[in-house]
Design a protein around this ligand. Sequence first.
Ligand code: TEU
Ligand code: CA
Length: 540
Amino acid sequence: MVQHWWQEIVVYQIYPRSFNDSNGDGIGDLQGIIEKLDYLKELGIGAIWLSPVYQSPNDDNGYDISNYEAIMDEFGSMDDMEELLAQANQRGIKIIMDLVVNHTSDEHAWFIEARKDKNSPYRDYYIWANPAADGTTPNDLTSFFSGSAWKFDEETGQYYLHFFSKKQPDLNWENEKVREEVYNMMNFWIDKGIGGFRMDVIDLIGKVPQEKISTNGPKLHDYLQEMNQKTFGEHDLLTVGETMAATPENAKLYSKPERKELSMVFQFQHMNLDIQANGEKWDLAPLDVAKLKEVLAKWQKELGDEGWNSLYWNNHDQPRIVSRWGDDDQYRVQSAKMLAILLHMMKGTPYIYQGEEIGMTNTPISDISEAADIESINMYHERLAKGYDKKDILASINAKGRDNARRPMAWDSSTNAGFTSGKPWLALNDNYKDINVELALKGPNSIFYTYQKLIQLRKENPIMIWGSFQLVDTVDEVFSYYRKYKGQRWLVVTNFSSEVQPFSSEDEMKKVIIQNTVDEFTTLENINLQPWQAFVVEVE
Ligand code: TEU
Ligand code: CA
């Protein structure tokens, strides 16, 4: 099987608005990212996934694009973008752009033209439908941001489809002109020397709304093969699709090299485990570690030799992992390190979300006025109207709201954590005085150095990249597995709980590869694992 650079590196995701502000307006920007490239070089990552930096009215913080070939004023200029590309490439760090082509902003020139006139050449760039006989929405498709997915447009008396906000009208991918426009734009960025694309809700582009088909539409894979052929196919770029409806079966369709589609996808099956059955992400349920093992082991097994996995615990849409499935109080450092070791020792390309490498935590709010995210705010009002208790709705937002991931990055313990010399666009977590990069770099045993070591180990040990995966049978709260490669065997052992847990193996230890405790041990028989303890050992 051909080996690719993107199978050997670790990716770091930056949410530009909240990463680093270079000009004091309280909003992160491109020059702010350039200022921190040496920090990322120190961490050892090989690529940056850059959440959208394009021109946008920010109804959904950049995921609503009004011009794909211009940089958002708040973030800087195209010169700043080209300087970021040059400075990053100089440090051996590739830039992965966010490709948001399931929808545009309603302020994009295409949509402004389209809504003017039914006969506009741009009309068919979007998805329009007549009202139902009774004058209501064409059907009951709903938006991911609450309410109907259809908005009535007075101007021409038709509804347009928007699976996200009303200011994010969906593009009509059945229209070949739309696809050509997208491919030309992608080549515009490829010619600038980017390292690849992260593709936003890409499994929606094959939708058939009149048949209420949203994800995995009949032409989805045809479009991806056409896209591959017309844009990145010959460039050995990293392409990762966000596919909320991915299963191991269809993930192979996306990532099997011979199908010439994508490098890999982001699957969400592990992200939906702490949700009540048939509930939404807001309907909270405790994590069952046994279920988590089952799901992750399935993906390791199924895509082991066919296709390729992505590995992630959080991103700009998910809450902070140490708060969600670790312990962000007494065992914050221990559990954060355990989560890092558990994930990075698996087979696939790991992704680190900004702040994860220093163990940043969720930021609870006590009133909806403290929220900024359209998804949380819309859900709040929708559930309030349905009679939900305000307290319960806020509890859901504090557990799952996306603002938890978007609080400004904590660089040091000075005012506003060194993120800005102005007023941050979103308030920081008050604990930044104790949790910040400056302290992390000073502390030789900090979470940062665990991530740095995991990344370094991946560069020096092919077993971490190419080794097979085999789950080890243990008690529910212990997550253990082997990696095997050319006769070499590594055993990964983690305690996914705040209680002491039993573990035993007859394997003979050779050496410790990494651990999150200082314990000396020479045998693997009848061990009492401390809360959140994790280690990897080479065994005979
Ligand atoms: O996310 C799609 C998506 O699945 C999430 O919005 C989802 O609805 C939820 O928040 C996760 O549980 C992508 C982008 O990552 C997100 O930031 C955008 O808001 C969305 O698409 C629309 O572009
Ligand atoms: Ca700024």
